[in-house]
Design a protein around this ligand. Structure first.
Ligand SMILES: *[C@@H]1O[C@H](CO)[C@@H](O)[C@H](O)[C@H]1NC(C)=O
Ligand SMILES: *[C@@H]1O[C@H](CO)[C@@H](O)[C@H](O)[C@H]1NC(C)=O
Length: 471
C-alpha cells in the first residue's frame, strides 16, 4: 500500500502543491515590505527627490523607528532640502534602541507636541551635512568634532581596536546603506545632544515639584477666605491645604478612599493625591463646583481617575464651568449613568496643555482627541486665537487654560458641556446665551452642600454676585 502511494500521480501532485506553496510564500515575502505603511517624502515643488536618494533609502530601510521619528518631527522637507545641497551621513540607531532602549519618560517628553523643537534637534543631531563613509572615517583615536545639522557637534573616533565610534555609541553597521548622495551607519544607541538632555531634566524636575503642589494653584487665606495672589511658594511635600477626602463626607456613590497601609501613610497612591490636588484646585479656583461635585459625590470617578493616574496613565480634563453645567437639563442628568457618560467624554487620555493643544490646532487645523467615552472622539480646532472643542451649537471654547497642570493631570476650563456629535444637542444649549437660565428646581436638585457653603462664604465677603447660581 505504501509503495503505491509513493509512485505515479500522487507524487507529482505533492510536487505541484509544493511548487505552488513556494510561489505563494515568495510572493508574500516580496509583497511584505510595501504592505507596511511607510512615511513618504513630501514632493517638494523643486523637482522632487531622486528615488536613489539616501533619504528614500532611510525611509525604506529596516531602521523603521528612526524613519517614524523623522516623520513625527516633521523633518522630511528639511532633510530633503539638505540632501539637495550636500551629501548626508546619517547615524541610525537600531530599532531596539529606540523602541525599548530609552527611558519611557524621555520618549513621552520627545513626543509631546510642545517639545517638537527638542525632537527636531535630536533627529538633526544624527545627521552630518557631509559624506563620511568608513573609508574616510577619521583615523585618530582622539575624537574629531564634526558639525551636525542640529548645530551641536558630534565626535567621531576610532578606538584602538579600530572600531568606529560616534559620540558615546559604537557603530555597529558601518556603511549599512550607501547611496550617491549619502551614507547611513547603523549605531548602537540614540545620541542625545546636551541641549535636549538639559531641557528634559529641567522639565522633569519641574514636574516632580509641581506634582506635589500644582503651580498656579490658588490658595485661600484661612483668615479672610480670600484667594491669595500670587500663591506663596510652599516647600515640596507639604500636605494639601484642604484634603478633600478628610474635609468631605463620602456620598453613597463614592467608593471608600484607600486606607493607608499598616503603620505608615506611604501606601497612599500618587494618583489619588494628584486627583485630590486637582479637585481642590478646581474648588479654590471657583466656578467649577458642579464638576467637582459630580466627580466626588455623584460618582466614584475621582477614585477611578486616581487609580488610572497611579497606574501611570495621564489625563486631560476638559472641565465645563458651572454656567455650562447649569444649562444641562434634568433629563440629561437623570438617566442612570448620565453624569459618568458626560464626564467620560470630557476626559482625554493624553497630557495636553493649552500650549500643546493650541500649537496642534495651529499646525494641523483640526485635531481629534480620544476620550474615555469610547469610541467617541472630541474635535478641536483653532478659533479666535483660542482652541474650540466640538462642533456647531454644542461647541466650547477653552475658557480657563491650565487651571491645573502637574505633568500627569491637566485641567482646562471650557464654557459648554460637550456631547458626541451623534447625540442631539441639548435644546437649552441651542438657545442664545442671554436666554439660558437654569430651571430653578433643577439647580436645587444638583446643588450640593459645598455649593451652598461656597455661596455663604462668598456672601460673607461681599462677592455674592460673582456666582449667578448663588442667587
Ligand atoms: C555627493 O558625493 C558624491 C560622491 O562623493 C559626489 O559625486 C556628489 O557630487 C556629492 N553630491 C553633492 C550634492 O555634493
Ligand atoms: C459632596 O457632598 C457633601 C455632602 O453633601 C458636601 O459636603 C460636599 O461639599 C460635596 N463635595 C463636593 C466636591 O462638592
Amino acid at each position: 500500500m505504501d509503495s503505491g502511494n509513493r509512485g505515479g500521480a500522487p507524487g507529482s501532485l505533492v510536487f505541484v502543491l509544493f511548487f505552488f506553496v513556494h510561489a505563494l510564500i515568495s510572493a508574500a515575502l516580496h509583497q511584505n515590505p510595501s504592505a507596511r505603511p511607510r512615511p513618504t517624502l513630501p514632493s517638494s515643488g523643486g523637482g522632487g527627490i531622486n528615488s536613489n536618494s539616501v533619504l528614500v533609502a532611510l525611509l525604506d530601510s529596516h531602521y523603521t523607528e528612526l524613519a517614524e521619528l523623522v516623520e513625527k518631527a516633521l523633518l522630511l522637507q528639511t532633510l530633503e532640502d539638505a540632501v539637495g545641497r550636500h551629501n548626508l551621513t546619517v547615524f541610525a540607531p537600531r530599532n531596539d534602541a529606540l523602541d525599548r532602549g530609552i527611558d519611557p519618560e524621555f520618549k513621552r517628553f520627545l513626543l509631546e507636541p510642545r517639545n517638537l523643537p527638542s525632537l527636531q534637534t535630536l533627529i538633526l543631531f544624527h545627521v552630518l551635512p557631509a559624506r563620511v563613509g568608513s573609508l574616510s572615517w577619521p583615523r585618530s583615536s582622539s575624537p574629531l568634532p564634526l558639525p551636525t545639522l542640529s548645530g551641536e557637534p558630534l565626535h567621531l573616533s576610532l578606538s584602538p581596536g579600530s572600531a568606529m565610534r560616534v559620540g558615546g555609541a559604537a557603530v555597529l553597521h558601518p556603511d549599512a546603506i550607501v547611496r550617491p548622495d549619502g551614507v547611513i551607519h547603523g549605531i548602537e544607541r540614540l545620541l542625545v545632544p546636551r541641549s535636549v538632555q538639559e531641557g528634559f531634566n529641567r522639565r522633569r524636575s519641574l514636574a516632580v515639584i509641581s506634582a506635589v503642589l500644582p503651580t498656579g494653584a490658588p490658595e485661600v487665606d484661612p483668615r479672610t477666605h480670600r484667594l491669595k495672589k500670587p500663591p506663596p511658594s510652599v516647600p515640596p511635600g507639604s500636605p494639601p491645604i484642604l484634603p478633600i477626602y478628610d474635609a468631605l463626607a463620602p456620598g453613597p456613590a463614592l467608593a471608600p478612599a484607600p486606607a493607608p497601609g499598616p503603620g505608615s501613610g506611604k501606601h497612599w497612591f500618587d494618583g489619588e493625591s494628584q486627583v485630590k490636588d486637582f479637585i481642590q484646585t478646581l474648588l479654590l479656583y471657583g466656578g467649577y463646583n458642579e464638576l467637582a461635585d459630580i466627580l466626588v459625590n455623584l460618582t466614584s470617578l475621582a477614585t477611578e481617575m486616581g487609580r488610572l493616574v497611579s497606574e501611570g496613565y495621564v489625563l486631560t480634563v476638559l472641565a465645563p464651568n458651572d454656567e455650562a453645567m447649569a444649562r444641562l437639563t434634568t433629563d440629561q442628568l437623570s438617566e442612570p449613568g448620565a453624569p459618568e457618560q458626560i464626564v467620560y467624554y470630557h476626559l482625554i487620555p493624553e497630557y495636553q496643555t493649552e500650549e500643546s493643544m493650541y500649537n496642534a490646532v495651529r499646525r494641523f487645523g483640526k485635531v481629534r482627541y480620544d476620550t474615555l467615552r469610547l469610541p467617541h472622539k472630541v474635535v478641536a480646532r483653532e478659533a479666535d486665537g483660542s482652541v474650540k472643542f466640538g462642533q456647531g451649537e454644542g461647541s466650547a471654547y477653552l475658557f480657563d487654560p491650565d487651571i491645573y497642570t502637574d505633568g500627569r493631570i491637566s485641567v482646562q476650563g471650557i464654557d459648554a458641556v460637550l456631547f458626541p456629535p451623534e447625540e442631539p444637542v441639548p435644546a437649552a444649549a441651542a438657545v442664545a446665551p442671554a436666554a439660558r437660565k437654569p430651571p430653578t428646581a433643577n439647580a436645587k436638585l444638583r446643588r450640593g452642600k459645598l455649593m451652598e457653603a461656597t455661596c455663604q462664604m462668598l456672601g460673607a465677603i461681599g462677592q455674592r454676585s460673582r456666582l449667578a447660581s448663588c442667587q
